[in-house]
Design a protein around this ligand. Structure first.
Ligand code: 5GP
Ligand code: SF4
Ligand code: MG
Length: 453
């Protein structure tokens, strides 16, 4: 999911939030929402679909206020339904509260059972509502105190933007698994999941929210407290590999640069003889450029992308996924015919994309196809907010590398080593659990996306 939040009474905050969400659309296409506060009440508009589908000019204009938070969703818990769209807004004895969440709690089921036993009522089937419920429950005098108390109860990954009538608060979990950064625009502050959203609205990057930090934006500017901090951060490495925009910088590492370096590392680890390098656009492109530069090979557009398709992975069924690959990409015979091709992608999850593309590239006359992947095999599920699928569906969990090579039909299949990946992301302290199974936060034994339904 993608988050945006801003406190700026002089600005058109709903408009800025709209543009901020637009810049974060790649982080979720299922639903979008904006909550605005005028200092007394909170107004909310949300809907299913893309930011541009959910909001019209009239709707944005009707959302007048001094501060706002926004969310784009792709579901990792709870179905893709309007009731599960965010921000969530509640009325309680202290007023109104709005919350938007990126990530996944690992103890949401237990927490919700406890709350249910104490008489709480839930309207959604998402873990984020548990957070909102706890905050409202703990709220006495200070919202920050309530959030810090909540942070003790909740486990897992969460970046949050929370809004009361007079302030916007940004929070990152103790490990900083999901990203969140701070920007400044004309002396007022804002939050965004990625720095590229700050560029979009013309804000200047200030810094990342630190793991475990609770940052408040209000009439007095910006202030911060540390809630709960782990001994070391565990930034999600998959943000760098695939999820984040390449023009974002997360926790001081530029995403494009890290992808380029993944390609450079791949070239050192696996220098195959070839005539041409082709990226699988868009996510494989920076690594392919890094590989080609490092090897001194030409890089060409062997696969062309239809710009009007969203991320294939996010289509919920397998059938849809297979068709979606062909809707999204087509092979370009002009650069493939008779060539030994190095094809580079960022990751293989189920193997749908790679097998379709190898077949496509060969059918357009490529002599050899060497498939290089700029991350290690994904063998484990993510419980922290990236939908890398259940373990049984991960091809690297079912087959060894030779088996996968045969399945996708490539002449070579090579995955970047974990060491190479770590170097490429500047050795930031990172979560690599989907590759090596070392989960920084304990994961539930029987997790399912519909656990709260
Ligand atoms: P597959 O077709 O093997 O299931 O998925 C791999 C392809 O999906 C890659 O091209 C990768 O860029 C893309 N992809 C899209 N969304 C995701 C996601 O959330 N996780 C992963 N691992 N890959 C994704
Ligand atoms: Fe990111 Fe993988 Fe860790 Fe999930 S398990 S947070 S996708 S690195
Ligand atoms: Mg891709």
């Amino acid at each position: 999911c993608g988050l945006f939040g801003i406190f700026a009474p002089e600005q058109d905050v709903s408009q800025l939030t709209y543009f901020g969400l637009y810049a974060l659309q790649h982080r979720g296409q299922e639903s979008a929402g904006i909550a605005v506060s005028d200092g007394r009440k909170i107004q909310l508009h949300k809907g299913m679909g893309l930011v541009s589908d959910v909001f019209s000019e009239e709707i944005i204009e009707s959302l007048q206020g001094r501060m706002a938070i926004g969310h784009v969703r792709y579901s990792t818990t709870g179905s893709s339904l309007l009731t599960n769209a965010q921000p969530l807004v509640v009325h309680f004895q202290k007023g109104m509260l709005a919350l938007a969440h990126n990530g996944n709690l690992t103890n949401a089921i237990e927490l919700r059972e406890d709350l249910n036993n104490q008489g709480a009522v839930f309207q959604t089937t998402i873990d984020s509502e548990v957070i909102l419920n706890l905050i409202a429950r703990y709220y006495r005098k200070s919202l920050e105190d309530a959030i810090i108390k909540t942070m003790i109860d909740i486990k897992g990954a969460y970046a949050l933007v929370v809004m009361a009538e007079n302030k916007v608060i940004g929070v990152r979990d103790p490990y900083g698994i999901r990203p969140l950064c701070i920007g400044v625009l004309d002396g007022r502050y804002c939050f965004a999941s990625e720095s590229s959203a700050l560029d979009t609205i013309g804000a200047e990057f200030v810094r990342d929210v630190q793991p475990g930090e609770v940052v408040t934006l209000d009439e007095n500017g910006i202030s911060s407290r540390i809630g709960s901090q782990a001994s070391a951060p565990a930034y999600c490495s998959f943000e760098y590999i695939y999820f984040a925009r390449p023009d974002s910088t997360l926790d001081n590492i530029n995403v494009w640069e890290s992808r380029y370096q993944m390609g450079v590392e791949l070239a050192r680890e696996c220098p195959v003889d070839a005539d041409v390098v082709i990226p699988i656009p868009d996510s494989g492109t920076p690594a392919a450029i890094g590989y080609a530069h490092e090897r001194g090979l030409p890089i060409e557009e062997g696969l062309l992308k239809n710009r009007y398709v969203g991320r294939t992975f996010i289509q919920p069924t397998q059938e849809m996924r297979e068709i979606a690959v062909r809707i999204k990409l087509n092979a370009n015979a002009r650069v493939l015919k008779g060539k030994r091709v190095v094809m580079i992608d960022d990751s293989i999850v189920r193997g749908t994309t790679s097998s379709k593309l190898v077949e496509m590239v060969k059918s357009k006359g490529a002599k050899e196809v060497h498939l290089l992947i700029s991350s290690p095999p994904v063998c484990h599920s993510c419980f922290y907010g990236i939908d890398t699928a259940e373990r049984e569906k991960l091809i690297a969990n079912k087959m060894d590398i030779e088996g996968i090579r045969q399945f996708v039909g490539a002449d070579t299949l090579y995955y970047l080593s974990e060491e190479g990946l770590k170097r490429a992301i500047g050795n930031v302290p990172a979560c690599l659990a989907c590759f090596n199974g070392k989960y920084p936060v304990q994961v539930p034994k029987d997790f399912s996306k519909s656990g709260l339904e």
